[in-house]
Design a protein around this ligand. Structure first.
Ligand SMILES: Cc1cc2nc3c(=O)[nH]c(=O)nc-3n(C[C@H](O)[C@H](O)[C@H](O)COP(=O)(O)OP(=O)(O)OC[C@H]3O[C@@H](n4cnc5c(N)ncnc54)[C@H](O)[C@@H]3O)c2cc1C
Length: 331
């Protein structure tokens, strides 16, 4: 077992895209599976809890930080094996998307511009503009703390932006095998990727300190008939509002069978609302931004305020998509 280089009291803010978070009591970066196992063995011997992070693009870390060991996954690499693509968990998702476009493979290209690692994307079942990381997964290999296990796609997906890994926090994804991505015209994929990047640039201008969309969108098929009827009526009224038509034309709020959390907040006037240095993006109401010097306490207060307003108005419970680290209370 290799000897991990464990650091102490490392501020986590700089390892997150939001730029917020107190220190990790212990911190280590792992460049191989062997280092990962060494770090876990160290934590167990010490009797401290551990979590993994990677790109930090889906995290809200508390101002108090995390009491245990934070393991930052950095092992990466992409290789072809018998027509399948094997990707190590710490690989940047963008590298994988570029690789598929370069090889004229469809299925991941509209995830262009989603930050973070492939392991993080698999953990959260990330998706964008119709493509989802889960669609062409053949196998996932993870470390359960004792042994290395391989599962298939059917064992992994549990729901929208959900996965078996969210229910088993100590399972660490090591590598993912993708197969069956349809061959297509590379130029078409490149054009599509450029269009997606232009749309994304409106939502997330560069340098924006945020963890991406804070709340999960709501799949319509998870609602009761009563909830669905009520929310559809309210949305239809909203779509006929001259201000909506001016901004969005004839596009529907409901996309890919999901009610976007951002639209619900927007309908209630959330855009631009601010507590301390945390502000709801003027362009996209599900993006909570750190204007600089913001803290997790204000972030949570603003998010709870709009969760509660949405519940009162629509009877819908918004749940965080962003992973919360080091908080003593539930959201
Ligand atoms: C500007 C911006 C835009 C975004 N747009 C989108 C979007 O369009 N669609 C979308 O789905 N998401 C989006 N996100 C969210 C984010 O990019 C994704 O969730 C991303 O996949 C997270 O990967 P990460 O490596 O940064 O994970 P981290 O933020 O480091 O971690 C997130 C969670 O994944 C877990 N995790 C990470 N690696 C592993 C592993 N190897 N094994 C087990 N668990 C692991 C962590 O424990 C943590 O709970 C956006 C974020 C930002 C900042």
């Amino acid at each position: 077992m290799s000897e991990p280089k464990i650091l102490e009291n490392v501020p986590l803010a700089k390892y997150t895209t939001l730029g917020i978070g107190g220190p990790a009591r212990y911190f280590v970066e792992v460049l191989s599976e062997k280092d990962l196992k060494g770090a876990i063995a160290w934590a167990r011997e010490k009797g401290v809890e551990y979590i993994v992070i990677a790109g930090g693009s889906n995290l809200l870390v508390s101002d108090e930080g995390y009491e245990g060991l934070v393991i930052r996954i950095k092992f990466s690499g992409i290789e072809q094996q018998d027509g399948a693509i094997i990707v190590k968990a710490g690989t940047h998702l963008q590298k994988l998307v570029d690789y598929t476009i370069e090889h004229g493979l469809d299925g991941l290209s509209t995830m262009v511009g989603v930050p973070g690692s492939v392991g993080g994307a698999v953990y959260g079942c990330a998706g964008a503009y119709g493509d989802n990381i889960r669609d062409y997964i053949k196998e996932i290999t993870y470390f359960d703390g004792e042994k290395v296990v391989t599962i298939t796609r059917d064992d992994y997906v549990t729901g929208y932006r959900d996965s078996i890994f969210k229910r088993n926090k100590n399972w660490i994804i090591l590598k993912i095998k993708f197969a069956g991505l349809p061959h297509t015209d590379k130029e078409g994929l490149e054009r599509e990727a450029v269009e997606v990047l232009e749309r994304r640039a409106q939502k997330y201008n560069s340098g924006l300190k945020s963890p991406g969309s804070f709340f999960k969108n709501i799949p319509e098929d998870e609602l009761s008939l009563g909830q669905l009827t009520k929310v559809r009526k309210l949305i239809a009224e909203w779509e006929h509002n001259p201000d909506y038509i001016k901004r969005f034309g004839n596009t529907s709020v409901v996309r890919f069978g999901k009610i976007p959390a951002g639209n619900l907040i927007d309908m209630l006037g959330g855009k631009g609302d601010q507590i301390g240095q945390i502000k709801i993006n003027e362009f996209h109401a599900n993006t909570f931004v750190n204007l600089g010097g913001g803290d997790a306490k204000d972030f949570i207060s603003l998010a709870r305020k709009w969760r509660d307003k949405v519940r009162e108005e629509f009877g819908l419970i918004l749940e965080p998509e962003v992973q919360l680290v080091g908080f003593k209370e539930d959201f």
